[in-house]
Design a binder for this molecule. Sequence first.
Ligand code: HEC
Ligand code: HEC
Ligand code: HEC
Length: 426
Amino acid sequence: MTLGRILTAGVAAVVVAGFALQASDNAAIAKDKKAKAAQAAPLDTKGDASARPWKRYDRWPARDMSKYNTLAHLASPPAPKDPRKVPAGLTGNAESGAKLVADRRRGGSCLACHVMGPAGGANLPGNVAPDLSEIGKAGRDDEYLFNYINDARVYNAETVMPPWGSHGLFNDQEIMDMVAFLKTLTKPAVFKTELDDPNKRPAPVEKRDNLDPLENPGMWSVEKAQAMWKQAAAGGKSCNTCHSNPTAQFKTWAASMPKWEPRLNKVLGVEEFITRHARATTGANWLMETDDNRAMSVYLHFLANGTPMKVDTTSAGAKAAIARGEKLSHRKIGQLNMACADCHGLVANKWIRGQWLGEPKGQLDHFPTWRTSLQTVWDIRQRFQWCSVNIRGDELPPDAKEYGDLELYIASLNQGQKLSVPGIRH
Ligand code: HEC
Ligand code: HEC
Ligand code: HEC
């Protein structure tokens, strides 16, 4: 067929179609189209989208922290109102104190936040908190130092320093040993290299090409999900049955997520959408935090790469969720009694031990992300869970409503950031 004939045939078809349609039909079709466009994606609204009872990941610390606040409930003992008297006869051992301030097993060590003179050394001290290298000549008495370490909230209600004593991380003797050590500190810290000095240590720069499968094994998820797309579930349907051109159809969708979902009365993220939409359509049961769910999440985000994040912040449900999320970001949780905002807001762009604390902007655009140190993909909910477990708090199941509120709140701070998934992180 020549080009001319193809064109003529095309025009003829349009003319015939146009001729056959009456104005009323056109209106009906327009209405139909609108209804179709507005058609909500089917969701299975019953049951949970992740395993219950929620079981912590293998190789994560197994400890019962139910005595302390989570994002879902308050449990921590209240802050003391008055300073304690140093127990009679208690004396400290500075040598033992020098070891305790660097002991990472109980909450990450003092050096995570403070430079402490000679105890810095190879510990990559942080600069979230004041340098205490000369605290020994600052005129602080034992009772003050003892109480500051025991529970700094008696002097500063807003402190980010964990209540080491009242939350049971160190006993009185150990606290007194650290007091004795602090009193020996009278000289500015000397750093062997610039890397040891948190004020000179350069901020990390990620130079790897995250979309190159040779550099980012997270890209394998894309291939896996492309195969899953066409795999028929037990009932004979696959994603492809209804979406035969995902590249075109979902070119921007993931950048609009998470969103307030009235049918579930919660914020719905991409991962929970996958579980509930698959159950309702193909019948596959891709629970959150399974390899299948993560791969599909990487893929759906990948399809929208380059799209600036644009989540709905205007509906009444979204507004209320964002307000709840912001409040949750200030809730002190876990044995270390810290809030998301303690590390990601107030003290952003500083070092907490060897880890750089970035600002909230730029935190979401690369999720799900490949973790080089763990050789696995993490979605955003797993990151939230780890940030809770890391401050010695119990995590919530990944589909918890509270995580949805937090995710939408953080997304609202990240509007306009372009998706680049799968990311790559240490
Ligand atoms: C999460 C960060 C963090 C960690 C970890 C931390 N601190 Fe602090 N600390 C602070 C901050 C911030 C201050 C500044 C005052 C405030 O905000 O309460 C402070 C203040 C202090 C002060 C009072 C200093 C002064 O000049 O009055 C002492 C003493 C102290 N810390 C000791 C310790 C000891 C000992 C440890 C380890 C057991 C420790 N800190 C761990 C954040 C931290
Ligand atoms: C039986 C048909 C059917 C199947 C099978 C199906 N979907 Fe859908 N899907 C829909 C409908 C209907 C919508 C809503 C209208 C639209 O966006 O096309 C939708 C919407 C979506 C959306 C956009 C969501 C939104 O809020 O607009 C995504 C993403 C999606 N589907 C992914 C999938 C994936 C992944 C699978 C495989 C598990 C799948 N779909 C299987 C019918 C289906
Ligand atoms: C003790 C400090 C601390 C607390 C408290 C904390 N985080 Fe984190 N968070 C980190 C560190 C360290 C990282 C890894 C460094 C990085 O990637 O920014 C991180 C990473 C993240 C990231 C990924 C950032 C990225 O660019 O990949 C998100 C999102 C996040 N945290 C959210 C939260 C939320 C939500 C909470 C509260 C439930 C929280 N964090 C509590 C220290 C903390």
